[in-house]
Ligand binder design. Structure first.
Ligand SMILES: *Cc1c(COP(=O)(O)O)cnc(C)c1O
Length: 219
């Protein structure tokens, strides 16, 4: 069943869009089943769950941390995490840089923006991101690579609102790219779109969708 779901979703996604299969709360057997069909990128939102799953599953899985991350927990995932989507402060980015250095690696990160109406969701404003990217502190970081931006739209039936929020994120991407990453091809990702809105997100320029329940079933 989940294999068929994954196939069906893959069929609707253009080749240049990366599919992150969001496996949070789902058992390792299900992840292994999709791994066996070739899926390698999985997303989790909790550090402890991610650590446990990483220990039990093949080590060529690319684990993406998509949920809010507390600075004091970075150390548990720094040795293996493939991408962190949820960078929303200088403090967190500093800690990722420090732990990556300890592990002698460079960790790929996305800057998470607040684009939704709800104020419960985490994320930077364009202004705070620009402050971060222009700082001397950031200029000296050698062990993080900013690969793009990430955001979550409001949970609403209003398609036009969701589109508008995705357009805002796409605009932030271009503003940041032209100011700070003009000659850096690694700054390339717009992570937006979940089960309910990934098709809209792709129409609005997403390069990376994070799909959970449409593959694994409801949580
Ligand atoms: C859970 C989650 C997803 C996937 O949500 P679905 O609606 O199940 O596809 C995507 N992004 C983030 C940040 C999440 O926490």
């Amino acid at each position: 069943m989940i294999k068929e779901n994954l196939q069906a979703i893959r069929a609707t996604i253009p080749k240049n869009v990366t599919l992150v299969a969001v496996s949070k709360t789902k058992p390792i057997e299900m992840i292994q089943e999709l791994y066996d069909t070739g899926q390698r990128i999985f997303g989790e939102n909790k550090v402890q769950e991610l650590v446990e799953k990483n220990e039990q599953l093949p080590n060529d899985i690319n684990w993406h941390l998509i949920g809010h991350l507390q600075s004091n927990k970075v150390k548990y995932i720094a040795s293996f995490v493939s991408m962190i989507h949820s960078v929303d402060s200088m403090k967190l980015l500093n800690e990722i840089n420090k732990q990556a250095l300890k592990n002698d690696r460079v960790i790929d990160c996305l800057l998470q923006f607040h684009i939704a109406e709800e104020d419960s969701k985490f994320g930077l404003t364009l202004e705070s991101a620009r402050e971060l990217l222009s700082s001397k502190e950031f200029a000296e970081m050698r062990n993080v690579s900013i690969r793009g931006v990430m955001g979550m739209a409001t949970f609403t039936e209003d398609e036009e609102q969701v589109r508008e929020e995705f357009r805002t994120l796409e605009n932030y991407f271009h503003v940041i790219q032209s100011h700070y990453f003009k000659f850096n091809p690694n700054f390339e990702h717009i992570s937006m779109g979940m089960s309910g809105d990934y098709k809209l997100a792709i129409e609005e320029g997403s390069t990376m969708v994070r799909v959970g329940s449409s593959i694994f079933g409801t949580r």
